[in-house]
Design a protein around this ligand. Structure first.
Ligand code: ATP
Length: 236
């Protein structure tokens, strides 16, 4: 397993919002985490990236226990996140935003190679390379957030609600790119409220309800699971 979360509990102050969550991600997989508003998806992401401390449980990444490792050191180990709400630096150009993604790296030649690869993946970003990040459309900002995360050359790409606020066609486009990145070898964890897209693209998925994993399985199986359909796919 590339990432192994075991019995992870996270609290905000005294309020426990994740209860003994266990999630595993194998190399080469797209794994989706779905759930309603407030189920704890973002908190799970924060626990993995190191922004929220664990109350108990452990997280192993590439064989190493990272449960207490600082967030910036996790980035160096190969965990890179495109956060919810994108987190673009609005006053900085597209190029500068992408450069920020590589801030922990010193390998100039490989960084240049990755920049080329990201711009090939997102031609729209190349067209807007000098434009301030804040002037991009929502879809373009999402592309920039993913591109910036890729600039860290991660082993595991963490995507928090990449479809948020986007029109259906753009959602389709973003998920096409996620699939393409995965086919190029990247392991992906995607947190999504858009269960339909997430489940149809993911190899495996976990369903989170009020801070507990209530179900997991192959994306395709969950897509056809009656309870999942009723709760998350708007099908009676
Ligand atoms: P959303 O899709 O709305 O982002 P989510 O599934 O990502 O939902 P979280 O954001 O992880 O859910 O929130 C899980 C629970 O933790 C919610 O009950 C939320 O109110 C609570 N919570 C989140 N952030 C904080 C915080 N900074 N302080 C206190 N409680 C918080």
């Amino acid at each position: 397993m590339l990432l192994e979360m075991e019995n992870v509990t996270v609290a905000y102050g005294r309020i426990e919002v994740l209860h003994q969550i266990s999630i595993g991600i194998d190399e080469g997989e797209i794994v989706a985490l779905i759930g309603a508003n407030g189920a704890g998806k973002t908190t799970t992401m924060r626990a993995i990236s190191g922004i929220r401390p664990l109350s108990s449980g452990s997280i192993k990444f590439a064989g190493e226990d990272i449960s207490k490792l600082r967030a910036d050191l996790r980035v160096i180990r190969g965990l890179s996140q495109a956060p919810e709400g994108r987190g673009i630096f609005p006053g900085m150009s597209v190029r500068e935003n992408l450069d920020m993604g590589a801030y922990t790296r010193r390998d100039a030649a490989a960084i240049a190679e990755d920049l080329e690869r990201v711009l090939a993946l997102f031609p729209r970003l190349l067209e807007r390379i000098k434009q301030p990040g804040g002037t991009l459309s929502g879809g373009e900002q999402q592309m920039l957030a993913i591109g910036r995360a890729l600039m860290a050359r991660p082993k595991l790409l963490l995507l928090d609600e990449p479809s948020m606020g986007l029109a259906p066609m753009l959602i389709q486009q973003i998920f096409n790119i996620i699939t393409e990145i995965n086919q190029q070898g990247m392991t992906v964890l995607v947190v999504e409220q858009n269960a339909q897209q997430a489940l149809s693209r993911a190899h495996r998925a976990y369903v989170l309800e009020t801070g507990t994993v209530v179900k997991s399985g192959a994306g395709q199986d969950l897509l056809h699971d009656p309870a999942v359909k009723a709760a998350y796919l708007g099908v009676a």
